[in-house]
Write a protein that binds this ligand. Structure first.
Ligand code: PLP
Ligand code: CA
Length: 311
């Protein structure tokens, strides 16, 4: 094989790469923290990057928190102060997408969390749900008679702990209305598993998006990584130069793929879901799709950047 090669970012190269960067985009879970615990040394590394004048933004596929909640979590875990406008979560980006794509006054039918609803409200997009679906009768065939809101022109699927067959029925009915032409199908992200400690995992939003796509026989527009829409949101709000931006992530098929596709320098950290063996497998392959998953650099943890960032 040959093509992209992933090198450990250390020493002189680390000083040069970080010195040339104007902006860094950080994936959150697996890079800055795992669940509620900050990655050791991560807050100090970001503190030094901020002190060096770097623009720091946060890009996460997790649709179950608002921008404000991320800002609060960063503060709680000791990261340098961030403002909600620096946080690009898939809930915020989905709301932004629908505000642009829907005609004024059109509403979204939402399978998702309260945070997704809050971001839609902040963007001025009317919505039905989130929350439990209203059931007009005891049997699934009755659910096909539940009232439909004529204002709905999009179905939005995010992380929904209360996903149900009844909601799937309602989503399909909106998506079929008018032959399907009048209703957008949007998903926040396709992460299919959320890893837990010790190798366990729970199903991710990708499973829910797939269920709606299967029912509707159409493909959703995906807002989150690896789609470049999320990066385009950052660019349009901060005017950053891709050639001077580093994407830091723990996942190859979302973080690193988006970074490579958008012309960013990509840095993998091994504190999350990916092992170096996976990177080596892609690197040795001649398949272009696998080559685009290979990051430019890796570190065991972003704390390894501390020596390159001085005192
Ligand atoms: N979606 C959900 C619901 C999550 O809880 C998480 C991680 O906690 C993710 C997606 C992945 O988030 P990130 O892109 O920050 O790794
Ligand atoms: Ca991650």
């Amino acid at each position: 094989g040959g093509g992209r090669r992933c090198r450990r970012l250390e020493g002189e190269a680390a000083r040069a790469v970080l010195g040339a960067a104007e902006a860094l985009l950080f994936d959150c879970d697996g890079v800055l923290w795992r669940g509620e615990a900050a990655v050791a040394g991560a807050a100090e590394a970001l503190g030094r990057l901020a002190a060096a004048g770097k623009r720091l933004c946060y890009v996460t596929n997790n649709s179950s928190r608002t921008r404000g909640a991320y800002t609060e979590k960063l503060r709680r875990l000791g990261f340098p102060p961030a403002e909600p406008r620096h946080v690009f979560g898939s809930a915020y980006c989905a709301a932004r997408y629908l505000r642009q794509a829907l005609p004024p006054g059109a509403a979204a039918y939402v399978l998702g969390s309260a945070a997704l609803g809050a971001e839609l409200e902040a963007a001025g997009v009317p919505h039905l749900g989130p929350g439990p679906a209203a059931l007009p009768g005891p049997a699934p065939a009755d659910w096909a008679r539940a009232p439909l809101d004529p204002a709905v022109r999009a179905v939005l699927v995010g992380f929904d702990e209360h996903f149900s067959y009844a909601k799937l029925c309602q989503a399909l009915r909106y998506l079929q209305r008018g032959g399907g032409a009048g209703c957008l199908l949007v998903g926040t992200n396709r992460d299919h598993r959320l890893p837990l400690e010790g190798g366990a995992a729970i199903p991710g939003t990708g499973c829910l998006v797939k269920a709606v796509e299967t029912a509707a026989e159409r493909e959703a527009f995906i807002v989150g990584k690896p789609n470049r829409y999320m990066f385009d949101c950052v660019v349009s709000e901060f005017n950053i130069d891709p050639a001077r931006t580093i994407m830091v992530g723990d996942r190859l098929d979302t973080d690193i793929l988006m970074g490579n596709n958008c012309g960013l320098t990509t840095l993998l950290t091994l504190t999350g879901v990916t092992t170096l063996e996976e990177v080596q497998g892609h690197q040795e392959s001649d398949c272009p799709a696998r080559q685009s998953l290979v990051p430019d650099y890796y570190v065991d943890s972003i704390a390894d950047l501390l020596p390159a960032l001085g005192d």
